[in-house]
Design a protein around this ligand. Sequence first.
Ligand code: SF4
Length: 449
Amino acid sequence: MDEAILLKYDRRVPRYTSYPTAPHFDAAVGAREYRRWLERLDPAIALSLYIHVPFCSSLCWFCGCQTTVVKRYRPVAAYLDLLAAEIDMVADVLRPRRRVAHVHWGGGTPTILKGGDLLAVMARLRRRFDLAADAEVAVEVDPRSFDPGLAAALAAAGVDRASLGIQDFAPKVQQAVNRRQSFDVTKRGVESLRANGIDAINFDLMYGLPHQTVPGIVATVDQALELAPDRIALFGYAHVPWMRRHQRLIDESALPGARLRLALYRAAGRRLAERGYVAIGLDHFARPADPLAEAQGSGRLRRNFEGYTTDDAGALIGFGASAIATLPQGYAQNAAKVPEYRKAIEAGDFATVRGIGIDDEDRLRRDVIGRLMCDLGVDVAEACRRYDQPPDHFAPELARLAAMGADGLLTIDGPRVLIREQARPIVRTVCAAFDRYLQQDEVRHSAAL
Ligand code: SF4
């Protein structure tokens, strides 16, 4: 497909890890609302739990996560007391003990924790919740500071999936973003995880970083594949220095423009496909037998704050600073900064400071956007039927997509929208047509490509 056509639709649009998206959360949802939502949570619904660890040992300049650099362990240990209190607070509301199908440790750097501390949090979760025997327990790993001894503690805690951050192996790129990580360090991390029985390995790569070249990103993919990961996420770097001040440390003149970003994405994707990995949604790749690829094949793929997932739990509870809960009634987010989070938890209250309640119109649009993000296609009439809406409910949105159809990016066959494979990079722009909140605030988001 002509790159000029794809670039024409390279708009500033959300990543759609939720709908409505986080910029539309506000103070209308606070601790009282969150408690009420939890109280009304159907006990039959299985839960997914997310634990946020907002600490790292150094700052990567591209980072878009909520994190703080710490040089000592004391703030981390103090934070664990708050996490324990929050876990107890939620569990006290959710009686009887709720079934949990999925646990995800994210950050920041969860592996900054000492093994015994991580085990203690997991033990508390198991005490206060009913963790299914086959529950997936996933953890994000920073290979640079990963103590091989921690792998045994992770295994003992029930961790069965690890996501390792890599981004790019080229020293020049690593230097430009303040993240030096050799191939050998990454390899040692993978080997110690596997040696302890943690076999499900994900890698995070990134395109759009300073000094990246097409041969360079292909070399990074090749090196990553030497370690035989099950899944690879190929994230586009979002340069939003007006929101993430530390990104100002990145030399903007070394950043690839839209044309090169597209070439990087395509080259990395092509290499992964040549090596037998299946493209999943916007930016993930998996081995054909991986549960993520199987979920895509059977229409069960989901998208949440962690990206693409097989997790189909009916509600997600977030623990820790900045963590977001997804409940049937809406989204609720904790205070992003640790001091504010601490103040609320120490006062015996939830730390919710923002969120959004959703109605059926939001749920319908979320379903449509979710299917487009996961399947690259959707039958809008079928979605409307589930919410008692007439089949022509989305006529204005389909009309808006006609130009993309005329440009050969997608087909509109009655109520069915099908995005062409080559238009995968701009799937978010298609989703934006169904976003009733997205008006004049494009500047808050990153470019689609
Ligand atoms: S290790 Fe991860 S969370 Fe920490 S600064 Fe780097 S990218 Fe951000």
